[in-house]
Design a protein around this ligand. Structure first.
Ligand code: APR
Ligand code: PHB
Length: 392
């Protein structure tokens, strides 16, 4: 088989890139090691920046998001037994975020791809990339008893943190930067109305907590937990008690609890690979970088990588210019590092770090009080939360 761009991975990055290329008349094939159902089973953050909303609109999959997504003009910080609002809309001159689950973004992109009859190979085994440092790259995979080869002009590595693309680059050709945090997030999804109409991020001496949502009837909650904890040790009742203990009295009293429909523990990590291009291979999304979930930048960074890469490839094919693909890595990394900084800062501000002791705890308290008292500090937080401009 021959195509112009072989895309490895059918997560949000791969699917969005496929949609951008298809719209420009560029051929692409997506190769995914899992089934479509498995991909849709992953529950991840659901706060979309305006640039992500714009990209989904550009490829024509924004209709359900605009109908069902919730526009949020602010969020709340909870500490010392009280909540304080960050007025995103007022502080940023009219910007807001869209709360719409990543699973739904993925489903909309998948349905549109399927309806357009565009090729996605699910459950592909032993996916491997070849010749990315030559003029004739290719991707191979096994399906059933047969090995298939896709010859292509370019390979897009959209295969997430554990994918094969980054792993295929000789270590001497790349540099990685990593910070692993000494705790995890225990998340619960429940068919209950959200405790508040906006998100609540809580800093408490027992640890961080987050009240989020997927809709008016579906809530997503998290509590900071130990990396040694096992999901099975956390009954629903224990989870709700722990969440309540970390909220202010009013929110704790209003919290509606119910059976969990999903419960999982996720580790927190900051990670960046440089560069993001190797010859005819481009990395995008989680394949190139990871942010801790505080602030929900993961999907937004993936979308903006893919926006840059998609437009660069379109420029290559339509205008015969390599400027976009030559600058892809540097342009994407400038934005990546800013989002890494914000996610690291917000994580550091809100979590309990046993090793920093009472001093660290007082520093957090002082910074939170500074934020609440200073419009300049709140503006900094708000402009990062709604998303920095693409070329910032
Ligand atoms: N071959 C083919 N596909 C693979 C391989 C492989 N060797 N390894 C992984 N994949 C697939 C995975 O099964 C997954 O469906 O690549 C896809 C990568 O998807 P994601 O991990 O969702 O990564 P990405 O599309 O970049 O989306 C980034 O995910 O972690 C969140 O916060 C992050 O929201 C952000 C989003
Ligand atoms: C979520 O809804 O899963 C979510 C929301 C905001 C975050 C992180 C996760 O900062």
């Amino acid at each position: 088989m021959r195509t112009q761009v072989a895309i490895v991975g059918a997560g949000p990055s791969g699917l969005l890139l496929g949609a951008l290329l298809a719209k420009a008349g560029i051929d692409a094939v997506i190769v995914e090691q899992r089934s479509a159902e498995y991909v849709l089973g992953r529950i991840r953050a659901g706060v979309l920046e305006q640039v992500t909303v714009d990209l989904l609109d550009e490829v024509g999959v924004g209709e359900r998001m605009h109908r069902e997504g919730l526009k949020h003009d602010g969020f709340e910080l909870c500490f010392g037994g009280a909540r304080h609002r960050i007025d995103l809309y007022g502080l940023t001159g009219g910007k807001r975020v869209m709360v719409y689950g990543q699973t739904e973004v993925t489903r909309d992109l998948m349905n549109a791809r399927h309806a357009a009859g565009l090729p996605t190979i699910y459950e592909a085994d032993n996916v491997a990339i070849h010749g990315w440092d030559t003029d004739r790259p290719s991707v191979t995979y096994r399906k059933g008893d047969e090995t298939h080869t896709i010859e292509c002009d370019f390979i897009a590595g959209c295969d997430g943190f554990h994918g094969v693309c980054r792993a295929s680059i000789p270590p001497a050709k790349l540099q990685t930067f990593e910070k692993v945090y000494p705790f995890g997030w225990l998340g619960v999804l429940s068919r209950t109305p959200p405790v508040s109409h906006e998100l609540i991020y809580a800093n408490h001496e027992r640890g961080f907590a987050l009240c989020s949502m997927r809709s008016h009837t579906l809530s997503r909650y998290y509590v900071q937990c130990s990396l040694d904890d096992r999901v099975e040790q956390w009954s629903d009742e224990m989870f709700w008690d722990e969440l309540r203990a970390r909220l202010d009295p009013e929110a704790a009293a209003k919290l509606v609890t119910g059976p969990s429909i999903e419960k999982s523990i996720a580790p927190l990590r900051s990670f960046v690979t440089e560069p993001m291009r190797f010859g005819r291979l481009f990395l995008a999304g989680d394949a190139a970088h990871i942010v801790p979930p505080t602030g929900a930048k993961g999907l937004n960074l993936a979308a903006t990588d893919v926006g840059l890469l998609g437009h660069a490839l379109i420029e290559h094919y339509h205008e015969k210019s390599s400027a976009g693909i030559d600058h892809y890595s540097a342009r994407a990394l400038r934005r990546v590092w800013k989002a890494e900084r914000f996610s690291w800062w917000f994580t550091t501000l809100m979590h309990k770090f046993p090793e920093t002791g009472a001093f660290g705890q007082r520093m957090q308290q002082a910074e939170l009080e500074y934020l609440v008292g200073s419009q300049a500090a709140r503006t900094t937080m708000a402009e990062n939360y709604v998303g920095l401009p693409l070329e910032g």
